[in-house]
Design a protein around this ligand. Structure first.
Ligand SMILES: NC(=O)c1ccc[n+]([C@@H]2O[C@H](COP(=O)([O-])OP(=O)(O)OC[C@H]3O[C@@H](n4cnc5c(N)ncnc54)[C@H](OP(=O)(O)O)[C@@H]3O)[C@@H](O)[C@H]2O)c1
Length: 354
């Protein structure tokens, strides 16, 4: 049996070329490892996470994480199932258990204990939740909003990239925390309807509409107290122009700039002085000591129905990952985007053995 892998093939210039083998990535096929080292697990990838940061991982030299080396397996997290357990990890891990694992873009992977997190789910939870609302995505939204943005009752909170994985959770958390008005910015009318009708945002603005800045002004009559930014660029600039006195600008991401040859900074920057704005970037890893308590709170909101999640699953196996990643930057997704490498129907049952 073979193991397909996707390797980093060529530096993007500056956008990713999804054409397999001649573009940014190439396919490699090797046998599935048969011998499992004592401190390893052999896992099968079922759902692979697609993340905007992946573009940064290919080239950014001075970042929070080292770039992926050319010819290496593309980095990525996945919901995976344990197929074999190394002798020193037994009986702590069992065949058939679900884990979130740093598998990279491949169908099967040998991983150490440090590279896996066991999936524990609340009632009604599904394994993929551990990579979205109850995983890094939910934690990013939680810490960015609760610890950095600190919304208070009565605040106006604006979220960019609001219909995406992180933004959709961040906006709902602001509502749970008592914000008076939560406004989402997203790239289509359909996404805006989803935010208001399904997630309970107070208003949503389609930033691709010619009149969007005027609409943003209309829905922020008391200006913006907390801005949770996933996009940067023109959207950050427009929100800075609407900053309230002593507002907090949470810089979670800047997806509009990741593929740009020359990233753009805000021109409304002097509002930072006039309105005493605090601008703070963060990385979810900064809060690792608080993960457990945050996950408990996120899980309780999910179970109580206060928090809703949505997934966008790319079908077609591992080979769908490069095009899926390009589509993520183009806004194809509502909610968490992942690639189905192997469907749940092919998973081992709880008591199966290889
Ligand atoms: N700080 C951290 O620790 C941390 C951790 C995880 C993620 N992040 C950041 O959080 C942000 C969201 O990540 P995610 O995983 O939740 O992805 P996501 O929001 O699910 O997907 C990206 C979305 O960005 C929007 N977008 C793409 N190009 C855009 C542009 N030029 N202008 C405005 N919006 C654009 C698209 O939606 P539209 O249709 O609305 O354009 C797309 O659906 C990213 O910037 C990511 O880097 C930060």
């Amino acid at each position: 049996m073979s193991n397909k892998q996707i390797l980093y093939n060529k530096t993007p210039t500056p956008s990713i070329d999804p054409t397999l083998n001649t573009g940014t990535f190439r396919l490699n096929t090797i046998p599935i490892p048969q011998d499992v080292p004592p401190n390893n697990l052999l896992v099968r990838t079922h759902y692979l996470s697609l993340d905007p940061a992946m573009r940064q991982w290919l080239t950014a030299k001075r970042s929070y994480i080292a770039p992926v080396a050319l010819n290496a397996i593309m980095r990525g997290q996945a919901i995976a199932q344990i197929l074999k357990v190394g002798s020193t990890l037994s009986p702590k891990y069992k065949v058939g258990e679900w884990v979130v694992a740093g598998t990279g873009w491949q169908e099967y992977a040998l991983v150490t204990e440090k590279e896996v997190e066991k999936v524990t789910l609340p009632p009604g939870g599904r394994p993929t939740d551990a990579m979205s609302v109850l995983g890094m995505t939910g934690l990013t939204a939680y810490f960015g909003m609760v610890e950095v943005g600190k919304p208070k009752e009565g605040d106006t909170v604006v979220v960019s990239g609001a219909a995406g994985a992180t933004g959709s959770i961040a906006g709902q958390i602001a509502k749970i925390k008592g914000a008076k008005r939560v406004i989402g910015l997203a790239g289509s009318e359909e996404k805006c309807r989803f935010l208001v009708e399904e997630l309970g945002f107070d208003a949503a603005v389609n930033y691709k509409d010619a009149q969007w800045k005027k609409k943003l002004k209309e829905v922020t009559p008391e200006y913006i107290d907390v801005f949770f930014d996933n996009t940067g660029g023109e959207i950050l600039d427009a929100c800075l122009a609407r900053a309230a006195r002593d507002s907090r600008f949470v810089i979670c991401g800047a997806i509009s700039q990741y593929n740009a040859a020359k990233p753009q900074g805000p021109t409304s920057f002097m509002q930072v002085i006039a309105q005493r704005v605090t601008i703070k970037g963060f990385i979810v890893f900064d809060f690792v000591k608080q993960y457990r308590s945050a996950l408990q709170e996120l899980a309780s909101w999910l179970v109580e129905g206060k928090l809703k999640r949505k997934e966008h699953i790319v079908l077609g196996g591992l080979e769908g990952a490069p095009q899926g990643l390009v589509d993520l930057y183009a806004g194809a997704n509502t909610g968490k985007m992942m690639v189905e490498v192997a469907p749940m129907s092919e998973a081992l049952g709880p008591k199966s053995k290889l």
